[in-house]
Design a protein around this ligand. Structure first.
Ligand SMILES: [Fe+2]
Ligand SMILES: [Fe+2]
Length: 331
């Protein structure tokens, strides 16, 4: 298939995406870093955090819920850094190096990697501003990879031409990123002043680039994935299922945020933290959590794309509020 002659889902042409990247460019200095971070306000919309969907969550008092919200918001920043460094910057470098793609796509990918490096720096700066004691060096404090994720990341970076799962990961997570940003902006509109302005500002700037990235990822799908032999697509499908299995039922980083909360509120360590840890597996089946994170409203374009590719059929068993037939009809 030719991505230029068969555009997907009304995405912009590469020429237009490159023009927009140039026109809407911004730097870290465009943000106001002089504002202090407000510890009395939320740092993320409460409904974004997985733990808020667990039964024992309501047993946390107001101060504990607020602090959990802030720790969660920092974990999200760490997750962005990890994802954007490994799956975007590193994988995209291989597009420029290893694949035979048109010059316009190379230009678009170069814009994307430049922007993701800038985002990564922006998130580190926010983390350091909020919690300088956690980040004497730019190392993760909350984010944890499972051994399977580590293996996947390493093999993908080593053989990006063979292991094409990074294209699906980029598509899904970039749409998810856009949705995170939208949730911040929506919550602020409905609850003016409830979210800390520094966090709001960071996510607002992030949003400026992400809608374009999601479109570029679909060009990559057309130019690279759709031209790949079947075995590579089947392998990508199997690997993507594993990635999404971990993501639709959060474990490791969620546990780290709980442990951090326990360090700050030792009185929770006896009952409440262990209860929440026991309840974590419920997220994989929680309709309310899935409605927020894995529904058409959140990631509709990704779901419609998944429905088009039979090697992704197993994914539908992970989703609690979506099915293939409904999403295929919309495709
Ligand atoms: Fe980004
Ligand atoms: Fe991005």
């Amino acid at each position: 298939m030719n991505a230029e002659t068969t555009p997907r889902r009304e995405i912009e042409s590469l020429a237009r995406l490159n023009e927009l990247a140039d026109k809407n460019a911004w730097t870290l200095e465009d943000l106001d870093w002089s504002m202090p971070v407000d510890r009395k306000r939320l740092w993320a919309p409460p409904a974004m955090s997985p733990l808020s969907y667990l039964p024992s969550y309501t047993r946390l008092n107001e101060a504990q819920q607020l602090r959990y919200n802030q720790i969660f918001a920092l974990a999200i920043c760490e997750q962005f850094i990890w994802f954007e460094t490994n799956f975007l910057v590193d994988a995209m470098e291989s597009v420029v190096r290893d694949f035979d793609v048109p010059e316009e796509l190379v230009t678009a990918v170069n814009f994307l990697t430049e922007e993701e490096i800038k985002h990564t720096r922006m998130f580190w700066r926010l983390l350091e501003k909020c919690q300088p004691d956690w980040y004497p060096r730019r190392e993760y404090h909350l984010f944890r990879m499972t051994p399977a994720q580590k293996l996947l990341t390493n093999s993908m970076l080593r053989w990006p031409r063979q292991i094409l799962v990074w294209i699906w990961i980029a598509i899904f997570f970039e749409e998810r990123t856009g949705d995170y940003c939208r949730q911040y902006l929506r919550y602020e509109r409905r609850n003016p002043g409830a979210i800390d302005p520094v966090f709001l500002q960071v996510h607002r700037f992030h949003f400026r680039d992400e809608a374009r990235h999601f479109q570029l990822d679909q060009h990559l799908l057309g130019w690279i994935y759709d031209r790949a032999p079947r075995w590579k697509c089947r392998l990508a499908g199997q690997m993507f299922y594993r990635v999404m299995r971990g993501y639709t039922s959060p474990q490791n980083t969620a546990r780290q945020t709980l442990r951090q909360l326990g360090r700050e509120f030792p009185e929770l360590q006896r009952d409440l933290i262990p209860a929440l840890e026991r309840e974590l597996p419920m997220l994989g089946k929680s309709k309310a959590y899935h409605q927020m994170a894995f529904s058409r409203k959140a990631v509709g374009n990704s779901l419609a794309l998944f429905a088009e590719y039979p090697e992704l059929d197993r994914l539908w068993s992970l989703f609690q509020v979506e099915n293939k037939a409904d999403n295929l009809r919309r495709a």
